[in-house]
Design a protein around this ligand. Structure first.
Ligand code: F6P
Length: 329
């Protein structure tokens, strides 16, 4: 460790932005690793909003018992728009100094990481980000905690919709979350044998949807599933339904899966990665990392500079989309 870097005696941990399954496993790992190293841990409740309110409590080993399997986050979370203001961040820094908190672990998405980056730049507070969002849309890491669970939840739902769609010979638009990212839509599309996927970064190709569905029906398919990436705002599927109905005379049903995808018990993969990332985050602070993210790339955990993880991930839709199209003939 660089001799100018202050040793970490106590750290704070918070969750910020949309919750994701596996956040609790990450919190547990941070708390247990820190205590194992003789470091005091403070839970900051309700993300940056709770930090500003001083909603901070010391955590013991037992405070994270029996949570590895639970969705949501025991620390609660929030989307704190105020944190984009420098004066507000100064208040937050003072609160951390007053509580003698030497470093911060932020579990969240790229908006939450942007706040952490500014807090570090402006006030020198060491910060480590743990990527936690179902969207899997953070640059600098191939994986974000919660993605696998959200995909599995959506798959379970689409499988059920497929049963009833087949029984009635219907076409369904099933809208999945992901904000500007199509990661969930593509993986769900491959794993449910969807006939078509509408991506968030491309115009809807209505003629192709209609052709795909009519071709399938002609060769005897009894149902069709179109996975829709929600894009900027949930509810896009209703607009698509109207166009298909009014301009192409194609009747479809809509099912928007919504927040069901954010809840539930995390899968083995999410528990495992969250446990590894929580452990790595505490060690990174002890080793003097100042502004880094516990990233997963090519199957390996690595520390990536935080400023490389502030953007949305550039989408590489190609291979998965080709697979969906190739298998949906
Ligand atoms: O970022 C996770 C996410 O679930 C997105 O997929 C979705 O667009 C958004 O959060 C919904 O946010 P909220 O629950 O705040 O409406």
């Amino acid at each position: 460790m660089d001799s100018t870097v202050k040793a970490i005696k106590s750290l704070g941990v918070l969750c910020s932005g949309g919750d994701s399954p596996g956040m609790n496993a990450a919190v547990r790992s941070v708390v247990r690793t820190a205590i194992g190293l003789g470091i005091d841990v403070f839970g900051i409740y309700r993300g940056y909003s709770g930090l500003l309110e001083g909603n901070i409590q010391k955590l013991g080993l037992a405070s994270v018992s029996n949570i590895i399997q639970r969705g949501g986050t025991i620390l609660d979370t929030s989307r704190c728009l105020e944190f984009f203001t420098a004066e507000i961040r100064q208040e937050a820094a003072h609160i951390l100094f007053r509580k003698h908190i030497d470093g911060l672990v932020v579990i969240g998405g790229n908006g939450s990481f942007a706040g952490a980056m500014d807090l570090h730049r402006e006030h020198g507070i060491p910060v480590i980000g743990i990527p936690g969002t179902i969207d899997n849309d953070i640059s600098g890491t191939e994986y974000t905690i919660g993605f696998n669970t959200a995909v599995q939840t959506a798959i379970d739902a689409v499988d059920k919709i497929r049963d009833t769609a087949s029984a009635h010979a219907r076409t369904f638009l099933v809208e999945v979350m992901g904000h500007k990212s199509s990661s969930i839509a593509l993986q769900v599309g491959v794993c449910t044998g969807a006939e078509h996927v509408v991506l968030s970064n491309q115009a809807v190709d209505y003629q192709k949807i209609v052709n795909d569905i009519r071709k399938g029906a002609e060769r005897g398919k009894t149902s069709s599933i179109i996975i829709v990436a929600e894009g900027e705002k949930a509810g896009l599927s209703y607009q698509i339904k109207n166009v298909l109905m009014n301009q192409y005379d194609l009747g479809v049903h809509v099912c928007v899966l919504g927040h069901i995808q954010r809840g539930g018990s995390p899968t083995a993969l999410d528990r495992l990665i969250a446990s590894k990332m929580g452990h790595a985050a505490v060690h990174a602070l002890c080793q003097g990392h100042q502004a880094h993210v516990t990233a997963l790339n090519k199957g390996e955990l690595e520390m990536v500079p935080l400023d490389q993880c502030l953007e949305g991930k550039s989408e590489t839709n190609g291979p998965q989309l080709e697979l969906i199209n190739a298998l949906a003939i």
